[in-house]
Design a protein around this ligand. Structure first.
Ligand SMILES: CC(C)(COP(=O)(O)OP(=O)(O)OC[C@H]1O[C@@H](n2cnc3c(N)ncnc32)[C@H](O)[C@@H]1OP(=O)(O)O)[C@@H](O)C(=O)NCCC(=O)NCCS
Length: 398
């Protein structure tokens, strides 16, 4: 078996057929296969590796060069996608070999983070990934938004197709990327697919000339549903302006659904608000995302509490060795553990364990309980100070 990187054009005959078999209804009509060529430009920056045996492609993996906010700092992130093996070649180690090479290359080229949506979390847990929370789907009747029709809100709304409003939308997602832990965006080439597909409305909320909220949506028919994508709001004004816009559909649709960050509490948005909040996670089609650190560079200089702990990293290809994590200056320093005194609390962590702490999704005790490391009480206290819990919101779906 040989691994090689394919060009954009080669995807049509190598990785796309495998992906189509793995993820689409199949066999595909010929017309749909011809449509693949139109999608190639969106993948121009994406790296695709294939495994070949006897002249045929037996497996493929891709990495989208993305950017993600980790505790306030925007870092390059490798978004893993298009992971598939030919049905006759499964369970022969092809994806293991491909993922190793792909993540080696992405890390060496400066991506200290990686994220993905798993078909089955335990598969990617073997590669050091840990679960992140899933965005919530909120569903309610527009009639319940009535009070917002009468509310005197500052700011104004703009309404257009996403094809026309894309530059403002992209700029606002970049703003969210700077502000929101966990938020991730595609590279520019990949991101414009939403503009070119042009199958969404875009409503934007502005306050004092600045965008404070944006949401894309579609309507499936008169008396039907308004199906919104992610409700992006910088503050409660932005959110109220967007919900006020939805309220104007009171006589047009019966139900509204919208995606929100995992730490939003819609039951507190209004009084007498009948609302359903849901995060359905199941394999393989309704995944919660996963992520991991590929390099300790991701941690250096991040804002941190005043803890000091030695961590021994174990069982991973990309994260290894014993390091001293010191948040004494308010910014995390990662140095050789030689400098640590023998009384320094020590934790043994897997890559998933350290990633869970860095992304703020697990308490050190949970890391221990989930068998992602061995964390004595004194080390847990230091790690808790260094990595306070924080809810990441990935946003990008890939
Ligand atoms: C999932 C899939 C990509 C795995 O590919 P593969 O080439 O068979 O995987 P590998 O042989 O490299 O397996 C890697 C490891 O995962 C394990 N594994 C393989 N399939 C697994 C599964 N379905 N569930 C859990 N573990 C699995 C293997 O035993 C192996 O473990 P080991 O290295 O400790 O022995 C392949 O079955 C496939 O194409 N499925 C359909 C598409 C899909 O679901 N893709 C993933 C999208 S996120």
């Amino acid at each position: 078996m040989e691994i090689r990187r394919v060009t954009a054009e080669e995807r049509l005959t190598t990785s796309y057929p495998l992906q189509a078999y793995a993820f689409d209804r199949s066999p595909l009509p010929a017309a749909q296969i011809e449509g693949w060529r139109d999608r190639l430009p969106y993948w121009a920056e994406t790296r695709t590796l294939v495994a070949e045996a006897d002249g045929s492609t037996v497996a493929c993996v891709s990495a989208i060069p993305m950017r993600q906010n980790l505790r306030g700092t925007v870092l390059p992130m490798a978004g893993v996608a298009s992971v598939a093996t030919h049905p006759l070649a499964r369970r022969q180690g092809h994806i293991r070999a491909l993922l190793h090479q792909l993540l080696d290359e992405m890390r060496d080229e400066g991506h200290p983070l990686s994220a993905l949506y798993p078909f089955r979390p335990s598969f990617y847990a073997r590669f050091g990934f840990v679960g992140l929370p899933k965005a919530r789907t909120v569903s309610f009747s527009p009639a319940d938004l009535g009070p917002l029709l009468r509310a005197d809100l500052p700011g104004e709304l703009a309404w257009e197709r996403i094809g026309a409003g894309y530059p403002a939308y992209r700029a606002f997602t970049e703003e969210c990327l700077r502000r929101r832990h966990g938020f991730a965006v595609f590279d520019a080439q990949r991101a414009v697919a939403v503009r070119d597909d042009d199958n969404r409305w875009l409503v934007t909320a502005r306050l004092d000339g600045r965008t404070v909220g944006a949401v894309t949506y579609r309507i499936d028919g008169h008396g039907g549903h308004l199906v919104a994508d992610e409700l992006l709001a910088e503050d409660p004004y932005g959110r109220a302006l967007l919900l006020g816009f939805f309220a104007r559909h009171i006589d047009q649709v019966t139900r509204i659904t919208v995606q929100i960050p995992p730490d939003e509490l819609p039951e507190l948005w209004l009084t007498d608000f009948d609302v359903q909040v849901e995060a359905r996670v199941n394999s393989p089609e309704a995944a919660a995302p996963m992520a991991r650190l590929l390099s300790l560079d991701a941690l250096t200089g991040r804002p941190a509490g005043t803890g000091r702990v030695r961590v021994e990293l174990t069982g991973d290809r990309w994260l290894a060795g014993t390091h001293l994590l010191d948040g004494g200056s308010g910014q995390l320093e990662v140095t050789s553990a030689v400098a640590a005194g023998s009384s320094t609390p020590t934790a043994t962590l897997t890559a998933a364990g350290l990633s869970a702490l860095a992304y703020g999704v697990l308490d050190p005790v949970e890391v221990h309980l989930r068998e992602l490391g061995s964390v004595p009480a004194d080390a847990a206290a230091e790690l808790r100070r260094i990595f306070p819990r924080q809810v990441p919101y990935l946003f990008a779906d890939f």
